[in-house]
Design a protein. Structure first.
Lengths: 461, 86
């Protein structure tokens, strides 16, 4: 058959595409499928079994007589596309695509990176359908819309844009779809590939959240935000995301408001510590030592007695060592994990101080600021904090306290002038004040007026 | 872009009016914890902290100087004792 020969030429020399011909009741039926992407057991148990039970006249309308979930009549040009999506192709007078995908994902597993004390523990996987199902389980509304498209000339990756129709602003949806349609790329392997077209490249602070939590996505949808799911990626994108969103976790909504407020204030303090403490320490101990009480100054001087390097060199060296330790901790195998952690801790901690290469107070300063920077689950924000920490450190060593204040002004300026999809990145809506840094329980919960036309989120009696 | 340029210009102009303190490492800083001001001269006591296994030990050095050069030392002003009534 000409169609079969054309498909064979296109797919040659791949051997995982199977071309089968079966004869049922003197009818020659061709079946093509990919043995990796399609469920071969279902092909045998379902398609062949069902075909053998059909009456002669039913062969002319297989789309009505094969009781599968999804049987489509397609064109010759679409065959390869459907094959690569796990469909089995049946050719008998017409071309049929039968959905019999094999399950190639790891199923629904627990969360790896954004742990929480209470609340759901299920996480997204690499299957688009599974991820969509996890969200639809939580939002059982016909207003939850999912607009899908294929992006990537070679990979043809399925992307889904989710929003709640009666909450979200349509301009935002149109803007996001327009940005996604502009993408001209060979392949999308992960959802982070979309960041280039959705985010401002020159801004260090992230303007969208990547999460593996379906409950977080569902909460975002109810607030009037958009969620983007990407097939083969376990991370969904939530946009637009504001600066204050990175200080919120889902745990805050599962505990009392006072506790949630306290933890949010701790996160804000950690953010300030992570950025400013190393620079402040360098400024105070090299230029503005008048600000330090005499007793403390004597202790700091005693710690630095045998250290040969200037303070800023010591600080940069310690930051680099800490980043190397963090990176190697991520990449190394579980087997050698504990040995390398002990080695790193001993070398950086005890041995370096004993050898007089670094002072003990510098290790404490850099350790506290680095650990404070890891409090945020967003990798992009942690990277931004690290970059600004080094920037403030350099300014502090050159200009002293004035340099640290200068750096603070520049960071604030950056935050105030950043926009995320037309909204101010650092802004407080009057309705969201009671759920920003502090969380206050109110009888009526209101949405951000900038994001949603539907303001009232809920009334508690 | 315009806003960024204006910000940097303002900060640069402001920095011209701000007196930046001199860079000095703690190792090279002489900490004076006591100053006795006599009529003819000033007696300065420098404290040198040293770390060992038992904690911090302090050594003292005394300087006699006619004029106190504040840029050379870190002086705790509350510890100045005036022995000369002029």
């Amino acid at each position: 058959m000409e169609v079969i020969n054309n498909i064979k030429k296109l797919l040659y020399p791949s051997k995982d595409y199977i071309f089968d011909e079966v004869i049922i009741k003197d009818k020659h039926i061709n079946i093509i499928y990919n043995e990796v992407l399609s469920d071969t057991k279902s092909i045998n148990d379902y398609i062949l079994f069902r075909l053998s039970k059909l009456k002669l006249e039913e062969f002319n309308h297989l789309e009505d007589n094969l009781y599968a979930c999804n049987v489509l009549v397609i064109n010759e040009s679409d065959i390869v596309n459907y094959l690569n999506n796990g469909f089995a192709i049946i050719i008998y007078k017409k071309i049929y695509a039968v959905e019999l995908r094999s399950s190639l994902d790891r199923g629904i597993t627990t969360i790896q990176s954004e742990l929480s004390l209470s609340g759901p523990k299920d996480a997204f996987s690499e299957s688009f359908n599974t991820n969509l199902g996890l969200i639809r389980r939580r939002i059982k509304s016909n207003y939850l819309k999912s607009e899908t498209m294929d992006i990537g000339k070679v990979s043809k990756t399925k992307i889904g844009v989710l929003y709640i129709d009666n909450i979200v602003k349509k301009d935002l949806v149109r803007h996001v779809l327009k940005q996604l349609n502009k993408i001209d790329i060979d392949g999308i392997i992960d959802s982070s590939y979309l960041k280039n077209s959705l985010e401002n490249k020159f801004n260090l602070f992230p303007t969208l959240i990547m999460t593996e939590r379906p409950d977080k996505c569902s909460m975002a949808l109810l607030e009037g935000k958009i969620v983007i799911l990407v097939d083969t990626s376990p991370y969904a994108i939530i946009l637009p995301s504001f600066f204050i969103d990175f200080f919120h976790t889902t745990d805050d909504y599962f505990q009392k408001s006072f506790n949630a407020s306290f933890i949010r204030i701790i996160r804000l303090i950690a953010f300030l510590i992570a950025i400013f403490v190393p620079g402040l320490y360098i400024a105070i101990t090299t230029r503005n030592y008048n600000l330090v009480p005499l007793d403390l100054l004597l202790v700091l001087k005693a710690g630095r007695t045998f250290v040969p390097f200037p303070a800023y060199i010591e600080a940069i060296f310690m930051i680099i060592c800490f980043e190397i330790l963090k990176e190697s901790d991520l990449r190394m195998s579980v087997v050698s994990g504990s040995a390398i952690s002990i080695l790193g801790g001993l070398i950086l901690g005890d041995a370096a101080v004993a050898a007089g290469i670094v002072s003990p107070i510098m290790i404490i300063i850099i350790a506290i600021s680095s650990i404070a920077g890891l409090i945020f689950s967003s990798i992009e924000l942690s990277n931004a904090i690290r970059t600004y920490k080094i920037f403030i450190l350099i300014l502090g060593s050159i200009f002293g306290i004035y340099g640290v204040i200068l750096g603070g002004i520049i960071i604030l300026f950056n935050l105030l002038t950043t926009e995320t999809f037309g909204y101010n990145y650092l802004s407080f809506d009057k309705n969201e004040i009671k759920d920003s840094i502090i969380k206050i329980d109110t009888r009526i919960r209101k949405r951000n007026t900038k994001l949603s036309k539907n303001i009232i989120r809920g009334k508690y009696r | 872009m315009k806003k960024t340029i204006i910000l940097f210009i303002i900060l640069f102009i402001f920095s011209l009016f701000v007196k930046l303190p001199k860079y000095r490492e703690l190792n090279h800083l002489k900490i004076i914890d006591k100053v006795i001001v006599y009529c003819d001269y000033n007696l300065l006591r420098e404290v040198i902290p040293k770390r060992d296994d038992n904690g911090i030990e302090y050594e003292y050095k005394y300087y006699k100087e006619k004029k106190i050069n504040k840029s050379k030392y870190f002086i705790d002003k509350s510890k100045m004792i005036y022995k000369c009534k002029k």
